[in-house]
Design a protein around this ligand. Structure first.
Ligand code: ATP
Length: 327
């Protein structure tokens, strides 16, 4: 009821009477008053005026389940939120909750991760309070070989949302899973799948976004950035999460319809920072260089090799670097 009550206050242009809230939720005045008290304790500024009711004057920068669920406008993505103040890894939480029957589209969100993960056992730095760490659970009915494309969908959803909310920022994607601002990494995505050879049980897409962080550890200082550092302003994290859920739901619908990324190849390529540039493909079977052309309908990166042939590089175990550095 807390999230619904908050939504009522949010969507009303006038005071909301205590009586109408009691009737709407079928609870007593005391129960309404108690929830108002809880919201105030969390930092919501709610005015109470005799004979008029309650009015939401301002709200804090928090990404609690209540905050997100009171603002979400999607059909299914992120409608159910599991919030953690601190956790090991939101991907691990989502995988555990998937076993427990958590719904398609549920979202685990945390303020801090103690074991944030990148690809191939790497670490995702996840300090408390300033950023977004979240994992979306999907229960798709397409075949497992298509799941790696979901990483591209999420990268696109993140890039689009940042561009829409902060049009002054120059957003790019380093294929397949990094979102960059001014060529520095602001977001990493880790997709993990639980599947049998011909059927997916569930997929978890983890997203880490540096939002309001202003200092980075030595190891990543040169490549990492945050939205706040690039924009020079504090950023509303909840608005970002909600926008990403909307955009992901939109792209996911197209992906399921076409069973590939053909409907948004050109949008993705428009963000590609390596497009038309020489790249080094760090393939465990052997490193090679070529000119990155863009992605194909399966989300592979097309790299034109010096011998004139073209290679479709699938994400999996491969990393792509610029010829002189990170991009
Ligand atoms: P590659 O480019 O080789 O594919 P990656 O960029 O996909 O690697 P990820 O697994 O997405 O790597 O992310 C982990 C890497 O990102 C770490 O090894 C570290 O270099 C960097 N990193 C870790 N935490 C952060 C952070 N909070 N912000 C930016 N970069 C980070």
């Amino acid at each position: 009821m807390k999230a619904e009550l908050l939504r009522e206050l949010r969507t009303s242009t006038d005071y909301v009477s205590g009586q109408s809230l009691c009737e709407k939720f079928g609870v007593s005045r005391t129960a309404v008053w108690k929830v108002i008290g809880q919201l105030r304790a969390e930092g919501y500024d709610i005015e109470a005026v005799t004979n008029r009711g309650y009015r939401l004057c301002s709200y804090p920068d928090i990404i609690s389940g209540c905050e997100l669920m009171s603002r979400i406008n999607t059909e299914w993505a992120g409608r159910k939120v599991y919030f953690r103040k601190e956790t090991g890894s939101t991907n691990d939480d989502a995988k555990y909750l998937a076993e427990e029957g958590m719904d398609h589209g549920s979202l685990v969100v945390a303020e801090k991760q103690t074991e944030g993960k990148g690809r191939r056992g790497r670490v995702w730095e996840s300090p408390a309070g300033d950023n977004i760490y979240m994992s979306l659970l999907l229960r798709p009915d397409f075949s497992p070989d298509k799941a790696s494309m979901l990483t591209l969908l999420m990268a696109l959803a993140v890039a689009d949302t940042i561009s829409q909310l902060h049009p002054e920022l120059k957003v790019g994607i380093k294929w397949p899973n990094d979102v960059l601002i001014n060529d520095h990494k602001v977001c990493g995505i880790l997709t993990e799948m639980n599947a049998e050879p011909d059927c997916i049980h569930d997929v978890v897409i983890g997203v880490g976004i540096n939002v309001n962080q202003t200092e980075f550890p030595e190891e990543i200082r040169k490549t990492a950035t945050s939205l706040r550092l690039e924009k020079g302003d504090h950023i509303d994290r909840a608005a970002l999460i909600l926008g990403i859920m909307e955009m992901f739901e939109y792209y996911y619908g197209m992906f399921v319809e076409h069973q590939d990324v053909s409907a948004f190849v050109s949008v993705y390529d428009g963000y590609l920072v390596n497009r038309g540039k020489e790249v080094r493909v760090l393939d465990p079977k052997g490193e090679y260089t070529g000119i990155a052309e863009g992605i194909n309908d399966s989300g592979a990166l097309i790299v034109n090799l010096p011998d004139g042939s073209a290679k479709a590089v699938s994400s999996g175990e491969v990393s792509v670097r610029g010829i002189y550095g990170y991009i």
